[in-house]
Design a protein around this ligand. Structure first.
Ligand SMILES: Nc1ncnc2c1ncn2[C@@H]1O[C@H](COP(=O)(O)OP(=O)(O)OP(=O)(O)O)[C@@H](O)[C@H]1O
Length: 255
């Protein structure tokens, strides 16, 4: 995927994404990080063709995503968005099957067996017959991931996927993402607020500030206290933790 000078604003003269040019190398895990309101979700929506750039273009293998048909795009990109309750009255297995619709014309032709591997991978097989409204936030999140991977896309986009998860399920989700990346050869693009998690799992990071791509590089090049303190407008310190590695901590003012 390639972004060519992409800009976007919801209103005239109020740019939210500004002149972003970048490439996503197939097979990478890319995390998008940056302060609240920087434009990360808007950028992901542009890349997911849910919003159209005001100027510039996004392409996959030389083809503009705006010119792709719905089904063609769905075979390339699946999105796990921030949570919604639109499907609360549906059964878990049917939500997963909806992801599989990218490969079928009708929900009715998708068998339980066809979606079971995706449910097993995300450990929701035992929830198959439950209604979405009966699930915890963490369980729902895993259903959305199962539905997205059932699409078997080349690119999997996740917007703050760990938000509803406790520490164990966060680690589990990161393990699933590594597995998808390793065995499914999927390219993963995530917005992550936990900067340490982002640094640990990613091959590549994009740091967004005020709608601009401030830095695009390997995680180790972001261990820069001055850079991070300036962007997040708080005092950031990088420490070494035995058996873990480098860890970014926010220091209280005055310390
Ligand atoms: N539908 C909308 N209409 C108008 N402004 C919007 C809309 N959606 C988002 N914005 C504005 O766009 C800016 C960027 O929002 P966005 O959600 O992309 O940021 P973000 O970096 O993902 O933030 P966060 O980390 O808080 O989730 C914010 O100022 C937000 O208020």
């Amino acid at each position: 995927m390639k972004l060519n000078d992409v800009s976007f604003g919801f209103q005239k003269n109020r740019p939210i994404v500004q002149h972003i040019s970048a490439k996503i190398v197939p097979g990478t895990i890319l995390s998008i990080v940056g302060p609240n309101g920087a434009g990360k979700t808007t950028l992901l929506k542009l890349m997911a063709d849910q919003l159209k750039p005001t100027t510039g273009q996004i392409e996959i293998a030389g083809q503009a995503i705006s010119k792709m048909g719905r089904k063609q795009f769905a075979s390339k990109v699946a999105v796990v968005s921030q949570q919604n309750h639109l499907y609360d009255d549906m059964k878990v297995i049917d939500v997963v099957k909806m992801g599989r619709l990218a490969k079928h014309h009708l929900l009715a032709t998708i068998t339980d067996d066809e979606v079971m591997p995706f449910m097993e991978m995300t450990r929701i097989a035992q929830l198959a017959q439950r209604e979405m409204s009966q699930l915890s936030g963490g369980q729902r999140q895993r259903v959305w991931v199962a539905s997205a991977i059932a699409q078997q896309p080349q690119y999997l986009f996740l917007d703050e996927p760990t938000t509803y998860l406790d520490i164990r399920y966060q680690a589990e989700l990161m393990a699933i993402i590594r597995q998808l990346h390793r065995t499914g050869k999927m390219t993963i693009v995530m917005i992550l607020h936990d900067i340490n998690q982002a640094f640990r799992i990613s091959d590549r990071l994009w740091l967004i500030q005020s709608g601009r791509l401030l830095k695009d590089g390997r995680p180790k090049s972001f261990y820069d206290e001055q850079l991070l303190s300036n962007v997040f407008q708080t005092k950031i310190h990088i420490v070494d933790i035995p058996n873990y590695g480098r860890y970014i901590v926010e220091l209280p003012a005055g310390s």
